[in-house]
Design a protein. Structure first.
Length: 473
C-alpha cells in the first residue's frame, strides 16, 4: 500500500484516466482541455492538477473535474478529491486558453505575463480563421448508411432522417439527446451530409457548442460581434453539438438564444444535441430551456444487447474481418457502456490479430481486453448492484448479506447475485463472499434460478431488465 500522506502521482494511473477521458469526450475536447493538465501532487486523497491559465482552471473545474475524480477514484480508491491550480510559471504552450483567459478577465487588460505568447486559440481557428470556414469538418464515416438502427435509437434515427430529407423545416429545433457515445454526433454529421448532398445550395453549419462559445468569446474580444452575428444568421441549417457546454456562461447563452430565435423566426432549421434533455439541462435559463423544448425532442437510449451485436456485425464487415459469433457476443455482453468503447474494443482485437497474428478466439479476446474489462468492473461494483437492487425491491442492503431466507429477501438477493455475475467479471466465489460469505454453489443456484424465472414470469423479467439497464447506464 502507498502512504496517503503525500505521495507522487502515479503517472500510469493518470495515463489510464486520460485514455478514458479521450474515449468519453472525444479528441477535440481531449486536446483542448485534458492534454494541458499536469498532475502536481497527491496529498491526503486529494490530487492537485496544474493548468496553465485561470480560464482553463475554471472551465475544467466546472466541466471535467468531477469526471476526472470519478475515473481516478476507479483507478485508485484513495483518490477522493480533485482540485486545480494555475501554474503561472508554465508558458501556455497549449494556446487554446491564452486568448480565452485574457478574454474571460478583461478584454483589453494586459495582465498576461510577458513570457506568454498570445496565439490564436486552436479551438477557434478552424471556425474563424480568416473568417472563412464557420463549420467544423464532417467525418465521412458518420452517415446514415453506417448507422445501425435498433429499438433504443429508432426514434432519433427517424427524426434525423426526416429533418435531413425534407426541404422544408420540419421539426424546429430537432433536439437529440442521450448519454456519451450513443451516436448523437454520428446522427448530426449524417444529417449534415445528407442535406449537403441533396441541396448543395443550402448553407449547413455544424459545430460543437464549445466552438460556438469560443467564436463568440473571440468575436467579443476582437469587437467583431457584427460579423459574428451575420455569419451565424446567414446559415440555413445550424447544428450545434453538445449544447450542455453552453450552460453556465450567461453572455454566451444570451447570444445563443438570440441567434437561435433569429434563425427560427426566419424559418431556418436548427439541430441540437446534448447529453441531457432540455428539462434536465441545469444552469440554462428558463427561456432558453423552453425554446429548446419547443420543437422535437428525441432521445437515444442506452444500447441493448441486440443493438450492440448489430453494431459489431456492421463494424466487423466494414473492417473486412470475420469475427466469430462467440467473440461478438462476449463483447456485446461485457462492453455495455457505449458504442465508442465497443468499437474501440473490436478495433483493438482486430489490430492485434492483424499485427501479431493468431486466431481471434474468445480466449484471446478475454486476454487482450483484460484491462478494459477490469476498468468496467471497477465502475460498477457489487456494492452498487446490491444497493440498487435493495432499493428496487424495498429491502435493506444489510439483507443482501444477512442469513434471512424468506422469499421477500432471498429473491432480491438472488437477483443481485445474478446481476453481479452478468455485469461484473467477478468469479462465483468472489460474489459469494460479497453476499455474506455464501458458497459459490449458492451463487450458481441463484443465477440459474433467475434465468428460469425470467422465462416464466414477465413481471420478474421486466424487473431484471430494468435493473440491468439502470446499472449499465
Ligand atoms: P455521442 O456523440 O453520442 O457521444 P458518437 O456519435 O460520437 O456518440 O458515437 C460514438 C461512436 O459510436 C462513433 O464512432 C459512432 O460512429 C459509433 N456509433 C454510435 N451509435 C452507432 C450506431 N447506432 N451505429 C453505428 N455506429 C454507432
Ligand atoms: Mg458527440
Amino acid at each position: 500500500m502507498k502512504s496517503f500522506e503525500e505521495s507522487a502521482v502515479d503517472q500510469a494511473e493518470w495515463d489510464r484516466v486520460k485514455t478514458r477521458l479521450k474515449q468519453e469526450f472525444g479528441d477535440s475536447v481531449f486536446k483542448s482541455w485534458v492534454s494541458p493538465i499536469t498532475p502536481a501532487s497527491l496529498r491526503n486523497g486529494e490530487v492537485e492538477l496544474s493548468v496553465p491559465t485561470r480560464f482553463m482552471k475554471d472551465w475544467i473545474s466546472t466541466h471535467y473535474a468531477e469526471r476526472i475524480r470519478a475515473l481516478w477514484n476507479g483507478e485508485n480508491p484513495s483518490v477522493r478529491k480533485v482540485t486545480l491550480k494555475v501554474d503561472s510559471a508554465r508558458p501556455a504552450e497549449k494556446s487554446v486558453t491564452q486568448s480565452g483567459e485574457k478574454q474571460a478577465r478583461a478584454p483589453h487588460a494586459s495582465q498576461r505575463t510577458a513570457s506568454a505568447p498570445v496565439r490564436a486559440a486552436s479551438v477557434t481557428a478552424p471556425v474563424f480563421a480568416g473568417g472563412v470556414e464557420l463549420s467544423a469538418p464532417l467525418d465521412p464515416r458518420y452517415n446514415f448508411d453506417n448507422f445501425v438502427v435498433g429499438k433504443p435509437n429508432e426514434f432519433a434515427y427517424a427524426a434525423a432522417k426526416r429533418v435531413a430529407e425534407s426541404d422544408q423545416v420540419s421539426f424546429n429545433p430537432l433536439f437529440l439527446y442521450g448519454g456519451v457515445g450513443l451516436g448523437k454526433t454520428h446522427l448530426m454529421h449524417a444529417i449534415a451530409h445528407e442535406i449537403r448532398n441533396r441541396t448543395p445550395h443550402r448553407k449547413v453549419v455544424y459545430l460543437s457548442a464549445e466552438k460556438f462559445m469560443y467564436s463568440f468569446v473571440r468575436a467579443l474580444r476582437n469587437q467583431d460581434m457584427v460579423s459574428f452575428k451575420e455569419q451565424f444568421r446567414s446559415v440555413d441549417v445550424l447544428m450545434i453539438d453538445d449544447v450542455q457546454f453552453i450552460s453556465g456562461k450567461d453572455s454566451t447563452q444570451e447570444e445563443f438564444f438570440h441567434t437561435f430565435n433569429a434563425l427560427v423566426d426566419q424559418g431556418r432549421q436548427i439541430v441540437l444535441s446534448a447529453d441531457k434533455s432540455p428539462s434536465n439541462l441545469e444552469e440554462i435559463g428558463d427561456r432558453l430551456r423552453s425554446r429548446l423544448s419547443s420543437g422535437l425532442v428525441a432521445d437515444l437510449h442506452p444500447t441493448t444487447f441486440e443493438l450492440r451485436l448489430g453494431i459489431l456485425d456492421a463494424k466487423a464487415e466494414q473492417l473486412g474481418v470475420a469475427v466469430p459469433q462467440k467473440v461478438k457476443e462476449f463483447l456485446a455482453h461485457k462492453i455495455t457502456s457505449n458504442v465508442r468503447e465497443l468499437e474501440g474494443a473490436l478495433t483493438r482485437l482486430v489490430a492485434h490479430v492483424q499485427l501479431v497474428g493468431g486466431q481471434l478466439t474468445l480466449e484471446a479476446a478475454q486476454d487482450l481486453l483484460q484491462d478494459l474489462l477490469r476498468a468496467h468492473d471497477r465502475r460498477l461494483t457489487m456494492e452498487e448492484i446490491q444497493k440498487r437492487v435493495a432499493e428496487h425491491f424495498k429491502i435493506r442492503i444489510s439483507d443482501m448479506s444477512s442469513a434471512r431466507r424468506s422469499r421477500a429477501v432471498a429473491r432480491p438477493r438472488q437477483v443481485a447475485m445474478y446481476l453481479s455475475k452478468q455485469l461484473t467479471s467477478r468469479s462465483l466465489p468472489e460474489i459469494g463472499r460479497a453476499f455474506g460469505g455464501r458458497d459459490h454453489t449458492t451463487v450458481m443456484h441463484a443465477v440459474k434460478k433467475v434465468e428460469e424465472l425470467v422465462k416464466l414470469d414477465t413481471n420478474f423479467a421486466e424487473d431484471v431488465e430494468l435493473l440491468t439497464r439502470m446499472l449499465e447506464s
